[in-house]
Design a protein around this ligand. Sequence first.
Ligand code: ADP
Length: 421
Amino acid sequence: MLLGVIADDMTGATDVALMLNRSGMRTVQTIGAPRAGQALPEADAVVVALKSRTTPVAEAVADSLAACEALLAAGARQILFKYCSTFDSTAAGNIGPVADALAQRLGAQVAIVCPAFPANGRSIYQGYLFVGAVPLHESSMKDHPLTPMRDSSLVRLMGAQTKASVGLVDYATVLAGANAVKARFDKLTGEGAVYVVTDALTNADLMVLGEAVADHVLLTGGSGIAMGLPQNFRKTGLLPARETAVSLKAPEGRAGIISGSCSTATRAQIATAIEAGYPSLKVDPMELVSGRQDAGGLAAWALEQSPEKPFLLYSSDDPKEVAAIQEKLGREKAGETVESAFARTAALLAKGGVSRLLVAGGETSGAVVQGLGIGMLEIGPEIDPGVPWTRVAEGPEMVIALKSGNFGAPDFFLKAWGLLR
Ligand code: ADP
């Protein structure tokens, strides 16, 4: 094992794992820190999915340190602390405090701060983070319910979360190449900086930065920065050339879809699947509360369908309907009702022989993964940007894809199966 990644949420973990896999590192994802003595499959990178983005600071720090210990014990030579490409955090953290704790544990002299992800429109110029054409604080992130981002200067944002000093490697230096960036790191650390925000506008910039941080023990950033890391391990002969898997072998069994995502992209995908004749059942939160629908009934319905086409269980609805349900039940109760029903349904489906499962929705995915008792995932081929098939390496014998709500083309539910053998 070469690279250990600590990700602050589940779909972010899958995102960075896919990036590494595509760049030629065999990658596994564990749900929570690997336990002492837990056997890990042979892998070049291990990504630990935590739920530490918005938890209390002390808990986020403790979980991240535990993950770091487990990754070091598994042989990691470099640790990447992965957070969101929109730097989702508050002045209290959790990015700064977690980075501080990891830097101290690893004895890091310097660590980059680089959430850039050009493929998704996240770029950094003069230390300011842009989302598409607008600075972060003008993007929809300004109104995020948990982590509203009201500043775009990463130097200031990081500076508010740490006592350590924060420097900047500007774009002209990145354009001058890896040696110039390294020289700037030395100059900045000489002046007392520990964290260095790095400008990046393109994938080529991320490759330059990747080369420049080859000997850093700690990196912090989004999944984009992972793109430039495999080249370092290849150069030193630690990583053989690997082909990216184009398909994944699935165990015998039935196929199905669970969707709790109400996002626009998912609703279009559901319409396409229904049009294609997938047997489908709409799950209604009010029916779940009254007990007229329950996990046992949902699973029984799914398993009664002809296995020729994947079944589709969905609670997804348009914003007006969702608002009406939330009005009746309260936002939290509505979400929890659906999530726990799907978690229990998924467990029954796995017992009933379902071996290929697509799950739509970030929170829904977390609930289903928990319901299935999944401890580890091996990353497989990419269905659409940011969404890979994964093989369950610890838990029920199955393959599963976890789709964040707004990801994927309208035919996502139709084309995913073609990547399975
Ligand atoms: P996304 O990735 O699209 O945001 P999530 O699964 O993260 O999807 O979030 C969707 C939330 O909405 C979940 O908590 C889910 O339980 C809840 N939900 C799903 N269907 C309904 C519905 N019909 N009414 C109200 N809430 C719903």
